[in-house]
Design a protein around this ligand. Structure first.
Ligand code: FES
Length: 180
C-alpha cells in the first residue's frame, strides 16, 4: 500500500506540472481528475488505517469504494489524453494542400492582425482551423493549432517574422511554419 501511495503522489506531481500548462476544458477535466484520484487515495489510506485497527469489514468497504472512485479517475485521465489530446503530439497531420482555396476577401485581412478561418480537409473529413496573417502586404497561412498543446495561433502575436502562441510562447516562422 505504501508503494502504491508513493506512486500516486509521484503521478500527481507530474500531473500537476502538465495541468499548469492547460487551458479551458482540459484544465477543468484535469482538476476533476486530480480531485477524484485524491479521493480514491484518501479512501485507500482510510482502508489501511481501518484494517490496522482490526476493523476489516469497514476497511474492505473503503477499499472497494476507492476502486470504484479510481475507475472514474482513470476514465477522466483517458478522456484527457484520447479525447482532449493532452500530453500528446498536437502537430497537424493533415496532408499539404495541393492548391489555393478562397476563404475570405483579401481586404478583410488587416495588416498584422492574425485571423482564423476554417478549411475543409477531404482526407480528415473535417474542418481544419487555419491562421491567416498579412504582414508587409504579404499573406501567410498556417495551421491554427499550436503543435505544443493546441493553443490558438490566430490569437497570438507577431514578432520578427514569426507568429507566437498566446499560451506558452512558442513561435512559428511565417514563411516556413517551423518553430523558432
Ligand atoms: S500551446 Fe504551448 S506554446 Fe502553444
Amino acid at each position: 500500500m505504501q508503494a502504491g501511495a508513493a506512486g500516486a503522489v509521484a503521478a500527481a506531481a507530474t500531473g500537476l506540472v502538465d495541468w499548469q500548462q492547460t487551458h479551458g476544458r482540459p484544465r477543468r477535466v484535469g482538476l476533476a481528475h486530480a480531485l477524484v484520484n485524491s479521493a480514491a487515495l484518501g479512501l485507500q489510506l482510510t482502508s489501511t488505517a481501518l484494517r490496522r485497527r482490526g476493523r476489516r469489514r469497514e476497511g474492505r468497504l473503503a477499499s472497494a469504494t476507492a476502486w470504484g472512485v479510481m475507475f472514474v479517475g482513470a476514465y477522466l485521465g483517458g478522456h484527457l489524453v484520447y479525447r482532449l489530446r493532452q500530453g500528446v503530439d498536437q502537430a497537424d497531420r493533415s496532408v499539404e494542400p495541393r492548391g489555393f482555396e478562397p476563404v475570405l476577401p483579401a481586404a478583410d485581412l488587416k495588416e498584422g492582425q492574425p485571423r482564423k478561418v476554417e478549411v475543409w480537409d477531404e482526407v480528415e473529413r473535417a474542418h481544419i482551423p487555419v491562421a491567416l496573417v498579412r504582414q508587409h502586404g504579404r499573406i501567410f497561412a498556417m495551421g491554427a493549432r499550436c503543435s505544443h498543446m493546441g493553443g490558438p495561433l490566430d490569437e497570438g502575436w507577431l514578432l520578427r517574422g514569426g507568429l507566437g502562441c498566446p499560451w506558452h510562447g512558442s513561435r512559428y516562422d511565417l514563411k516556413t511554419g517551423s518553430s523558432r
